[in-house]
Write a protein that binds this ligand. Sequence first.
Ligand code: NAD
Ligand code: UDP
Ligand code: UDP
Length: 343
Amino acid sequence: IAYELQDESDQRGNSGAKLPMGLKSRRLRVLVTGGAGFVGSHLVDRLMARGDSVIVVDNFFTGRKDNVVHHFKNPRFELIRHDVVEPILLEVDQIYHLACPASPVHYKYNPVKTIKTNVMGTLNMLGLAKRVNARFLITSTSEVYGDPLQHPQVETYWGNVNPIGVRSCYDEGKRVAETLSMDYHRGLNLEVRIARIFNTYGPRMCLDDGRVVSNFVAQALRKEPLTVYGDGKQTRSFQYVSDLVEGLMRLMEGDHVGPFNLGNPGEFTMLELAKVVQETIDPNAKIEFRPNTEDDPHKRKPDISKAKNLLGWEPKVSLREGLPLMVSDFRQRLFGDDKSSSN
Ligand code: NAD
Ligand code: UDP
Ligand code: UDP
């Protein structure tokens, strides 16, 4: 891996040249695609704090400049408006490839575009990684397990996915993205890392994101009923964003390709989640049942033994601890009346 020297502003090629003797500080050049989004912006904060040079590539489909605006004055930070479906030339040491809408509402909005992002976007970023010999991490998803017949889900499980359904653009798209990553790894010796992320929540999620935690929190704060889809007995396991970012960085820095499940094994039905939201925000919040969406997975819970053993990682923040942190961010963005920071 080549490094950009701390005291030099010129762009160095990735020649693998040794650092001159006596130079203590070296700086990693990291590309984060989708870095203006929810997870990406939290990852960028950690990389910037570590002293890396960070380039964010984002087309702002679901991301916002607001999420990274606090880095604009830092010369180590660069934001490029670009769609990963188009090729791009950059010189970097590591690529965190997150660019892809994650909420079902967003990824179903233009399914063909979602497939292009997952397939052509991932291909382009792998091509870039190959050209500059960068390490490449793909953020895949628990959706690769589909409506799982195994519970909890272990990485060796191949999944139960509908190839022609309304969610396929996303879950099949991510499966291809994993396949592409493995083929670049096997065929071209590229260093790749695969994370399978389970439902993650936290500050900076889009207010009208459509995902269940952001919906319930925004609804409770606006004094609207919490919309429970179906009978509310389906389960998900909710991970706080700082735990995920720690897992992604450990995976990138570690020696293992994966795939690794990154999620919090704490499993909740949607009715239980609604109850936690009521307890946190408004005990009088009403619940309203709505028809469920097509192909909704019935249950989801990660087996994280592999990440525990090989990455020394496990989540630290429970739903009851994490939710209030998200609530103060949402309150501030909705009403501007909460003094706590949105970070
Ligand atoms: P998000 O929608 O907040 O962020 C996605 C970012 O990618 C946005 O900034 C968006 O503008 C950008 N983007 C989308 N398409 C793009 C394109 N074609 N070119 C350039 N930029 C593009 O979602 P998130 O929750 O931050 O998810 C980040 C990654 O993690 C995604 O790859 C997602 O599939 C994965 N993931 C997230 C979760 C979760 O619960 N948050 C779960 C599983 C997997
Ligand atoms: N690519 C890119 N940036 C680069 C190198 C490649 O966007 O720095 C794109 C390239 O345009 C191609 C894709 O990545 O569409 C795959 O590149 P690769 O070299 O692996 O395959 P090839 O171009 O030989 O098909
Ligand atoms: N859901 C819900 N109410 C909402 C939004 C979602 O009950 O307002 C349910 C949805 O049907 C699913 C679960 O919550 O069973 C998680 O949905 P989400 O869109 O957050 O993520 P998914 O895991 O489906 O990608």
